[in-house]
Design a protein around this ligand. Structure first.
Ligand code: GRF
Length: 211
C-alpha cells in the first residue's frame, strides 16, 4: 500500500508540487494525503486545491516562530485523522515542538536550502553568499528538537556563481530540491535508508531467492 504523506508548508509550495508529481507518475510509491499550512493565502494551499489534494489552513496562534499549543494539537489531530505515515515539511516556517515529535517519532522530515550543518535557520542562501562560500546546496534531514540539526538523509551541492543574488541562488537550490526530496523520500519509505541515531544507513540490496 502506498505510504501516506502529510505535507506542511508556509510558502510557494514548489516542493510539495514536485513530490506530488513524483507520486502521480509512480516514481514515488506514496500519496499526498493532506496539505496543511499556517498561512491562509499561501501558494502551497492554492496548489493543493488545484491538484484536488485535501488541504487546510490552521491558524498558528500568537507566536511568530512556533505554533501555540492548541494549533499544534490541531495539526497533529488532522495528520492523525488522515492516517499519514510521514510528515513532510516543505517550507514550513515554524519550529516543530516536542508533542509533534512524540506523535510522529523519526517520521518528520525537512528540506533545507544549504549543506547542513552550514547555514542553518532563515535566509540560508543569503548566509552562504555573505560568508563567501563557493558551494552550498540542499539537505533532506530528519526533524529533531533542534533547528536543522537532525540526521541527514541526502545532500546535493549547488555551486555559487560570481554575482549571485540570494534569490537567484535560492531558485537554483530549489531546482535541485525538487529532484532530491522525492528521491530521499523514496529511499526512506522503501526502507532502503534506515535512520540510526545521528546517521543513516543504506541497506544492502535484498535479492528475492530463486525457487
Ligand atoms: C525551500 O527552499 C526549502 O528548502 C525551504 O523553504 C523553501 C520552500 O519552497 N525550507 P517551496 O514552498 O517548496 O517552493
Amino acid at each position: 500500500m502506498a505510504a501516506k504523506l502529510g505535507i506542511l508548508g508556509s510558502g510557494e509550495g514548489s516542493n510539495m508540487a514536485a513530490i506530488d508529481d513524483s507520486c502521480r507518475s509512480g516514481v514515488l510509491a506514496a500519496e499526498v494525503a493532506l496539505v496543511l499550512s499556517d498561512v491562509e493565502d499561501s501558494g502551497i494551499l492554492k496548489l493543493a486545491k488545484e491538484r484536488n489534494i485535501s488541504h487546510a489552513y490552521i491558524a498558528p496562534g500568537q507566536y511568530r516562530t512556533k505554533l501555540d499549543d492548541s494549533a499544534e494539537s490541531e495539526f497533529i489531530r488532522q495528520l492523525q485523522a488522515a492516517a499519514v505515515d510521514w510528515v513532510v515539511l516543505a517550507g514550513f516556517m515554524r519550529i516543530i515542538k516536542s508533542n509533534s515529535l512524540r506523535a510522529f517519532p523519526e517520521r518528520i522530515v525537512n528540506i533545507h536550502p544549504s549543506l547542513l550543518p552550514s547555514f542553518p535557520g532563515l535566509g540560508a542562501a543569503a548566509q552562504a553568499i555573505e560568508f563567501g562560500a563557493k558551494v552550498t546546496g540542499a539537505t533532506v534531514h530528519v526533524v529533531d528538537q533542534g533547528i536543522d540539526t537532525g540526521a541527514i538523509i541526502a545532500q546535493e551541492a549547488v555551486r555559487i556563481e560570481e554575482g549571485d543574488t540570494a534569490q537567484r541562488l535560492h531558485e537554483r537550490i530549489k531546482a535541485t530540491e525538487h529532484r532530491l526530496y522525492p528521491q530521499a523520500l523514496n529511499d526512506l519509505i522503501s526502507g532502503r535508508i534506515k535512520i540510526c541515531g545521528r546517521t543513516t544507513q543504506r541497506q544492502a540490496w535484498k535479492r528475492t531467492p530463486k525457487s
